[in-house]
Design a protein around this ligand. Structure first.
Ligand SMILES: [Zn+2]
Length: 179
């Protein structure tokens, strides 16, 4: 069975008004996305789906943790997420032509569709919540900083570069010639 099947919302059969959906996301979800940076996590998505006559209002509330690896010391990090993402879904047969840059939170679907697949949206929202570059222990306030022992064992030279950041002002000082 397609693990993402539950993310297909058959909106044609829904009455007008608000419908609630919830999803529990774990590693199976991320396995469905080949290039996913996140491989593990435990998240709960609460989706409020307001079906209007000509458009839908969706609000995704995503909370939980994702497991990431520290860029520097390779420690496992449990990064907490708690974010809401509202979007508007509109029908448009010529979506590309009418796309308006100022309305970035509008998702267009084909008028002939009967289902809305929210898995891709949820996947993108999770990724939006994560600092994709330089996920390090520093990012987690209150957590231990990078494990210095591991750093030394993994890459002694790069560890040195990280801890002894060169202050560019020193360049000028070192250029001063003492005669
Ligand atoms: Zn670290």
């Amino acid at each position: 069975m397609d693990p993402l099947r539950q993310y297909q919302i058959a909106f044609v059969g829904l009455k007008a008004g608000v419908h609630e959906f919830s999803y529990d996301i774990d590693e199976w979800f991320f396995k469905s996305f080949d290039d996913s940076l996140v491989r593990k996590g435990k998240l709960r998505v609460h989706l409020s789906f307001d079906k209007g006559m000509s458009f839908f209002l969706l609000n995704f509330h995503i909370s939980g943790t994702v497991q990431l690896m520290c860029d520097r010391c390779a420690a496992d990090l449990a990064l907490p997420l708690d974010s809401e993402y509202p979007i508007v879904v509109k029908f448009d047969e010529h979506a590309e032509a009418e796309k308006d840059d100022s309305m970035a939170d509008v998702v267009y679907i084909n008028r002939s569709s009967s289902h809305l697949d929210v898995s891709q949206l949820i996947y993108e929202f999770i990724n939006l919540s994560i600092p994709l570059n330089h996920v390090s222990c520093d990012y987690l306030r209150g957590e231990k900083p990078c494990n210095a022992d591991i750093l030394n064992r993994l890459a002694p030279s790069s560890h040195k570069n990280l801890t002894m950041v060169k202050d560019p002002r020193w360049d000028n000082l070192s250029n001063i010639k003492f005669n």
